[in-house]
Design a binder for this molecule. Structure first.
Ligand SMILES: [Zn+2]
Length: 502
């Protein structure tokens, strides 16, 4: 009897909840002049979230998510550099999922600036524009600016430079993403409380003195820190710009190269951000996993996968916080666009997959390109180069896996690419050459990752973004409104509505 009553009351409340949410949908539909508004239908029982996390995987669509899960299915995948194995992705456990289109105002296949403008403001714009309209006559207010005006604290975290397109679209307004210095100069104007991750690329270019943005930030009262110990020493409530060791592009190192070092991780930047931002008026934090995109541009599936794990680790930190404040926290995860035309399947392997091969790659394409560059002038013969590839990628080493055996076609491709890397003289404008090496990648390195990926049953159709939709994952207060199919501008509208930011 007791059990029956419990069941009955459960179904009664389910029915009541369903009726109430239908009522909300129909009321909000009546309010609109331009047709029913299916964008914002928060569940009647949802509180307004006091803590909002917005995670953006740059270059992340379903193939990147599922490839990472497939790679992690091999328990040795993350043991390459001595790191622990993590298992399935946190984001796949979110109860609500949706699908979003990504096109820009002036191009079907979007770029990170137009996509991030859509995700930050709810408005389409033109390629390259940072949170302004396509005509560049209007600044578009961002959800981070709205949150700040509402009295919440605001944090912006990215694994690429803090003035790169995605983070920039939350605090800056510029006609072009290439104005790195002008973008970075707007960090202090925003009054945001925490910037974490990569350095400012604007301080590395334009002939501007290298201390300029830092002076500007210090003068505006930001603590500037570079190590995890220093970051942990910053007091909650103090404004902070935290950046760590960075690569030539002012970004964090690829996760595959960072693992096992003491460079601050994306998860640590997120964790410390929560500590600094947590306050009675709540906070908004955007966290970007930026180098999934860069690795996919380069057609390096393993580096992309490790950066996906680093991104998902940061999501795990937010989930820990959610578990402490489940009624008051909203976490939304999406990608800005797919990159590389990544496909889980390859013509020559047919229906076969061999994801377990991926664990043998120990280094990013970027670091390997630098090594290969060092061989120019006779540093290595082709045979020695193949031995090096066996060590660092497994490719060609049948003792590691019989599937690593090189076919005659593989060997020809590798030898041609090796000679092109050593001697130059090839023409990237030639169609066949371009399809092999892309717009600027090292011929030998990109051929190694292509062949390794193909043997695993993975292929690429592009060195650029593609137009496939991106998944949206949500959990917490207001999460229900994120189910369904919609546009990337709607992701912003839903967050703004759920958080009552406007
Ligand atoms: Zn990109």
């Amino acid at each position: 009897m007791e059990n029956n009553r419990k069941h009955r009351s459960f179904f009664q409340s389910l029915l009541l909840g369903l009726m109430m949410s239908m009522l909300v949908v129909s009321i909000s539909g009546c309010d609109e002049d331009d047709g029913p508004d299916v964008v914002n239908a928060p569940s009647a029982t949802d509180k307004t979230p006091k803590y909002i996390f917005f995670f953006i995987g740059d270059g992340m669509a379903s193939p990147q998510v599922n490839l990472t899960e497939a790679a992690l299915a091999d328990p040795n995948f993350r043991l390459v550099n001595g790191a622990i194995t993590l298992g399935a992705l946190n984001l796949q456990h979110f109860p609500i999922a949706g699908m979003a289109t990504t096109h820009a105002e002036d191009r079907y296949i979007t770029g990170s600036a137009a996509a991030a403008t859509a995700l930050a403001t709810g408005h389409k714009t033109s390629i390259g524009t940072i949170s302004k309209n396509a005509a560049h006559t209007l600044d578009l207010k961002t959800m981070a600016e709205m949150a700040k005006e509402k009295g919440m604290k605001v944090g912006i975290v990215s694994s690429v430079s803090i003035d790169h397109a995605t983070p920039a679209c939350f605090y800056a307004h510029e006609n072009t993403r290439k104005n790195y210095y002008e973008i970075a100069s707007q960090m202090d104007d925003s009054g945001f409380d925490y910037f974490g991750g990569g350095y400012a690329k604007g301080n590395l270019s334009n002939g501007v003195p290298a201390y300029d943005i830092e002076t500007q930030m210090a003068n505006a009262g930001y603590a500037i820190v570079n190590t995890l110990a220093q970051l942990k020493g910053v007091q909650p409530g103090d404004k902070c710009w935290a950046y760590t060791d960075y690569d030539g592009s002012a970004a964090l190192y690829y996760e595959i190269d960072r693992m096992g070092t003491d460079h601050v991780s994306l998860a640590q930047f997120t964790q410390e951000g929560i500590r600094l931002l947590d306050n009675p008026d709540g906070f908004f934090m955007m966290v970007e996993g930026g180098k999934v995109d860069w690795a996919c541009h380069a057609n390096d599936a393993v580096s992309a996968t490790h950066d996906m794990v680093a991104f998902d680790d940061a999501i795990g930190i937010a989930l820990d916080f959610y578990n402490q404040h489940p009624d008051e926290t909203l976490i939304v995860v999406t990608g800005d666009h797919e990159c590389g035309g990544l496909s889980l399947g390859y013509a020559f392997t047919g229906y076969g997959s061999a994801f377990s091969l991926l664990k043998h790659q120990e280094i990013s394409y970027q670091e390997y390109s630098e090594i290969v560059d060092g061989w120019k002038g006779g540093g290595k013969t082709f045979e020695e180069a193949l031995d090096d590839v066996k060590d660092r990628f497994g490719l060609g080493d049948t003792t590691k896996d019989p599937a690593f055996a090189l076919t005659a076609n593989d060997s020809t491709r590798l030898e041609t690419a090796f000679n092109d890397s050593m001697n130059g003289g090839f023409d990237r404008n030639d169609e066949e050459v371009f399809l092999k090496y892309g717009p600027y990648y090292d011929p030998f390195t990109v051929t190694v990752t292509h062949i390794l990926n193909e043997k695993a049953g993975i292929s690429w159709t592009s060195y650029y973004h593609t137009g496939v939709p991106v998944p949206v994952y949500a959990i917490g207060a207001g999460a229900n409104s994120f189910s369904g199919s919609y546009d990337n501008t709607d992701v912003a509208k839903k967050i703004i509505a759920a958080g009552e930011l406007n």
